[in-house]
Structures are given as structure tokens and as C-alpha cells.
Design a protein around this ligand. Sequence first.
Ligand SMILES: *Cc1c(COP(=O)(O)O)cnc(C)c1O
Length: 510
Amino acid sequence: MTDPDTFTTYQTSSGHRGLDLAEPLIFELDSPGRCGVDLPDAPDVPNRLGGLERVAAIGLPGLSEPQVVRHFVRLSRNNFAIDAGLYPLGSCTMKHNPRLNEKMARLPGFADIHPMQPVETVQGALELIDILADWLLTLTGMPTIAMSPAAGAHGELCGLMTIRAALEAQGDAREVVLVPTSAHGTNPATAAICGYRIEQIPADDRGRVDLAALKEKLGPHVAAIMLTNPNTCGLFENQIVEIAEAVHEAGAFFYCDGANFNAIVGKVRPGDLGIDCMHLNLHKTFSTPHGGGGPGSGPVVLAEALAPYAPLPMVVRDADGLDLVEHRAGGAESSFGRLKGFHGQMGMFVRALSFILSHGADGLRQASEDAVLNANYIMAQLQDLFSLPFPGPCMHEVLFDDSFLKDSGVSTLDFAKAMIDEGFHPMTMYFPLVVSGAMLIEPTESESKISLDQFITSMRHLGERAIRGDADFFAGAPYLAPYRRLDETQAARKPVLRWREATKAAEAAE
Ligand SMILES: *Cc1c(COP(=O)(O)O)cnc(C)c1O
């Protein structure tokens, strides 16, 4: 553990970047007139650009290949990644991305095709989408799937647009979507984007949906409920069948947020629980790489009643081979339309199917069991020191709150910063909102017992230090990270606030 005062930035004698990790912008590394490649003089060809030719430099940095490589490698070392260490970011399922999947995604037959190619020339790709769809339907126990959504939140949008189209087709204009208080922020955001009013359902003291409160809220104005299972407290909603029955009785649809499907693959089929619609985060459950902005993939499984309204395109198999529904006359009159260019995230499909086939059905079940076992191991090893708001056992993630830090002067944020020095990515903080100062830890199945024990040792060490009362130490952490703390004070936020005020003023003036 480093003392704050010993952390210094090293300056080299020649003035070039030494070991200080503040990497300059690539434009600052540029020297005027340099070019990374040696090109022959341009041949004298007649200019056919008709006055559109460039007349001034476009300002791209000129760097040699080694300069570019070093710049990006140095930048990458400023970041934490699943390839660098345990990344227990609850609900995000930062599991190892097997390199086999990368190899498969780079096969030229998948990587080099173009979505505008004639369908006869991409039969292999369509077959891969079809096989993956079939696995996802089998694992979820649902009849139909829309493959094109590009992420979980996009899948939610797909699901609610499908539900809205189905209700409109019945002439049933319902205006409310019910969302539990523990929901991921994307749930209410999606419902709002679709024009619904959001009503919250409280959690009960077991961290699950309060069934009585839900029943009270249900009525002819409710279009859907959006429920996450296992929920974001890491708990299985064990009244889910009763919830589904109550929702259907009220004529509403049951949307399930399937971001936590990795906890139950091969154990429970959501289709057997009465859900109508659920997105799958291939980038979480089936380990396609994520973080840093994507790409993800969020296929949506749908019940029979919603299937006609699903977005296009759909891969279909007939006597002539595989085709896309949008190509076939009369194939899709009631679909709500397109959600995304082309057919979805092909590279993610290849990786997800590679993960599925290399595990097999038994391996997928084992992965879920190991993910749940690992989370329960952490819970068992920490629950005497940390505060557990809801009694276990948990599913694939364990939720602590900040009551063990009471009177210590250490906040969940401070604690998370100190974890960085211990070599771990912080857990998910302050989410879900149902507890104070949430710490949501998801180890995933890819961690070994040795790495879990290292994590537990660090967490206990920090927990004991916090309880002992060492608030100054925590307030200064992290000490070893390339960047210390961002300025999170009100003063630092002023430009954002000014921008918001200016936007509001502009809107008011319109
Ligand atoms: C990750 C997550 C989402 C959103 O998925 P993205 O792929 O990030 O858009 C929604 N709900 C829950 C519970 C999640 O964990």
C-alpha cells in the first residue's frame, strides 16, 4: 500500500515521456510534415473532381507505425480490462472472452462478407444466425426471436415497440408501464421513449417485487411490466409465476429484462415462467466482449401473441435454402418495421455461437452453476464484515449495502477507489437504488478459487481498515492508478450545469 505522499510523476532527464502515464493526444505527438509511409509521387492524372478537390491539409497527425502502436498500447495500459484482472462489476457480467470465439469471428467467410451481398452468397452466415436463434429459443423455451437488436437497451426498445404494436392492433391504448424500484435505469428510460408513463413497484423486505403492491397497480391502463429476473439484488423472483398470472389477468404483457440470464441458463426456461418477451445480452451471458462502448447484441425472444409484430428482418428456412423475411412478398405485414441496419451484430453472433457450441448444453448449465457458486462463496466469506441487506443464498451476484461503513467517514465511492489500488475493478456502486450505498459484486464463472481468495483477502483488508476509521486514506485513493481522482466537486461540474442551463434556455426560447 502506497502512502499518498510517495506517489510522484517521474520526469526523464531528456524531457520525453518517462513513466508518467498521462499520455498526450495523438495530435500532440505529431511533428509537422511527417508521414508514416513512403509513397511515390502522385501520377499526373486528369483531375475529375470538378472543383471538389482538397485545397488545404486536413490535419491528420503524421506518425510512424511504431509511434502509433506505442501510443495506443500506452493508452491501453491506463485502462482496466477483464484481461488485466478480476472485474466484479455487478449486473454487467464481465467474464473472460475465450480466444476461440475471436478466432471464429475472424474466419474470412464470416468477417469479409457484406450485408448487401445477394442472399444466395451468404447462406452460411444466415445458417449461423438460424442455428444461434435455435439455441436461444431452446434455452429460453420461447417460440420466436428477433435477432437484430444491438444491445440490451436496444432489445428493451424492440420488446416495448412490439408490445405497443400488438396492443395498437387490438385497438387497446394503454399508457402505463410498471417498473420495480430495483430496475436497471434502461427499463424506465425505454418505457419513456416509447411514450409510456412509468409507475414504480416497491420491493418487499426480501428484496423482491412486492406482489400485493403490484396487484394494486395493475389495471386496464397497464400495457406491461418490466421485471428483471434474477433481479439486480442478485435474487431470484420466486413469485414470478404469480406475477405473470396477475399481469396476464389484467390484459398486460410481461417483459422480462434478461440481462442476468447467465445465472439460470440450463436451469430454468423463462418461457415456462409466463414471460411474453425478454432480451438476451449476448455480450454478457455468452461472453462476447463488451465495455468501452460495444458492440453488443441483444436478441429478443417473443411469445406467440407478439411474434407477428416483431421487427424485420427474420431469417427463414424454406425449400430453396435460407432467406430473409423482408425479401418475401406478404411475409411481414404486421411487423413494426426495422430496428437496425442489416441483420444484427454478425460478429457477436459468431462469438456467441462459438461460446455455446464449445460449452455444449451441459457446459452452459455448469457455467451458470459456477457463476452462482462463486458469488455465494464471496458472500459467505464477507458477510460477517460487510452488511448484507437481504439474506442469501444469492444468485450470480451478491449485494452489500453501506451500513457497515456507518460512522467511518468512508463512502461506497471511497471504498471502490481503494479497490483500484488492490488491483481490482470496483464493483457496481450505488445500484440498485433499493439499498443505501449499494455494492453489487459479480465474480462470474471465469474466476478461479485462487483469484476469488485474493479478492476476498483484499476486500476484508479494506473493510477492516474502513471500520477501524482511516477515512483520510480512503479519501485519497487510488494512489497507484495512472489517474487519481477526477474532480467530482460542484465546481468541476459547472461547465455541464452551464451547458444544461443554456440548453433549457434555448428550448424555452423556441
Ligand atoms: C446491462 C443491463 C441492461 C442494458 O444492457 P446494454 O447491453 O448495456 O444496453 C439492462 N438491464 C440490466 C439488468 C443490465 O444489467
